[in-house]
Design a protein around this ligand. Structure first.
Ligand code: PLP
Length: 271
């Protein structure tokens, strides 16, 4: 259990961030992911008791442990490197989304390892390296449909909507560069790149003809699954503690906020 002081601190932070998110989203529906990596289950429990349900984790092993300990109506969003732990992820009963898919192999394995008893599709987002930095994971962005035939990102999107019936391509995700994130003018070129990539990718998927508006048209055998998007469009996951307000103003649907809610993190083994 968290101490009363810790519980009060977390509650206040959550309320403050939720206010900011709602203001910046100005009427649009936006999801606030509380990024709880390296934070104890007791912290998550406090937010849960304050009606928060969406949590992001970066490490498969930490996520598996926390999912076992915490209530089953939490929506877990995985936002870290999958390595080869597709099966561990797919077997978490309440895994809601994987935001870091970057290969046909990962998509195929996740689709294959979802337990038979699971009735809802697993949401996947494709990670895009909008800043082009070597240290960042993700596939190259798309500036126009002319680039699509040679684009790994486009091929992966098509693979998921046509060949992975148990997955739903919910959207795309990016981190972006720190330089863009710290700009004083409230703009961010990496977020614009993600937005543009999403628009192009929607055209590419619609051109498949099977599911032009994201609704079911038989592309997935007999599973009644919407193969991609939400309300006929791909969601954008962008914005972290430093830049979630900018991201929401730029059209983000999902912001991933850790430090601003939970405070500074201690690395593995330190805390
Ligand atoms: C850790 C992490 C976050 C949260 O970062 P903060 O700066 O603590 O808000 C968001 N997204 C990803 C992919 C992360 O790894």
């Amino acid at each position: 259990m968290a101490s009363p002081d810790r519980a009060a601190e977390l509650r206040e932070a959550l309320v403050a961030i939720k206010d900011q998110v709602n203001q910046a989203a100005s009427g649009r529906a936006a999801t606030l992911l509380a990024v709880s990596k390296f934070k104890p289950a007791s912290d998550i429990r406090v937010l849960y008791d304050n009606d928060h349900r969406d949590f992001g984790e970066n490490y498969v092993d930490q996520l598996v442990e926390k999912a076992k300990e915490l209530p089953s109506d939490i929506r877990w969003h995985f936002i870290g490197a999958i390595q080869s732990k597709w099966k561990d992820l797919a077997r978490i009963p309440n895994i809601y989304a994987i935001q870091t898919v970057t290969s046909v192999k990962a998509a195929t394995k996740l689709n294959e390892f979802l337990p038979a008893e699971r009735t809802t599709p697993l949401n996947v987002l494709l990670q895009v390296n909008t800043s082009g930095e070597d240290v960042k994971a993700g596939l190259a962005p798309l500036a126009s449909t002319e680039e699509a035939p040679a684009s790994t990102l486009a091929q992966l999107a098509v693979h998921i909507v046509t060949k992975c019936p148990r997955l739903r391509l919910q959207g795309i995700m990016t981190i972006g560069s720190l330089t863009e994130s710290l700009r004083a003018d409230g703009l961010n070129a990496d977020f614009e790149t993600l937005k543009q990539t999403g628009a192009v990718l929607e055209l590419v998927i619609r051109a498949q003809g099977k599911c032009a508006d994201g609704s079911f048209e038989g592309g997935h055998g007999d599973t009644q699954v919407h193969p991609w998007g939400q309300d006929g469009r791909l969601l954008l996951s962008m914005g972290m503690s430093n830049d979630y307000v900018t991201a929401l103003k730029a059209g983000s649907d999902i912001v991933r906020v850790g430090t601003a809610i939970f405070g500074e993190r201690h690395k593995k083994g330190e805390s």
